[in-house]
Ligand binder design. Sequence first.
Ligand SMILES: [Zn+2]
Ligand SMILES: [Zn+2]
Ligand SMILES: [Zn+2]
Length: 194
Amino acid sequence: MKPTGHLLQTPEDWKASGEFFHSLECQHTELALTRRTVANGTVAIVSQCQCCGRQKGSALRKLPEHDSLPAFNETLEREWSKQREQHVTQFKKKRQRENTLKWFSDYNRYLQSPLWKEKRDLVLQPEDFVCQGCRKARATSAHHTTYRHQGHEFLFELIALCQSCHDRYHASFVDALLPSEEPYFDGQSSGNFE
Ligand SMILES: [Zn+2]
Ligand SMILES: [Zn+2]
Ligand SMILES: [Zn+2]
């Protein structure tokens, strides 16, 4: 599985995000009735959590005795929304990072397998081990032009490269490898590339 910018791609992701979003739900018990002015200017009577500021449940029917209730604390709720957004961003980054690490670990294991070694030979031999990047140096690795079929690559997706060309390619390659909306790759967990 290749890491992407998307949060939900595996059953583990679904489970983790389910638990995460559940943990964001208001669990507080300190509630108070407040008067909340809604979109069209009318006042609704709503229950507001006094800890995180969120409205609990839907509006109640307004009765005359509700006139003395305190106003809904919009600032408290806005603060919480901001915090929530930050939590969500952090959670996404953490999941993406975990997925990236897993991807590299699976990938590096694959590069050690007899299946990969056989595939690499099938790429290098027909080129007489000549690098297809410079056509001078000896090719030592089969470079992936795409990771779409990682583990069951078409041979035309692999190119024989010398060490120097391969290193040069991958030096500017990290972003292209991980097509994500947010760059989260720290460049330290890469292990080996092919
Ligand atoms: Zn709350
Ligand atoms: Zn080369
Ligand atoms: Zn490569």
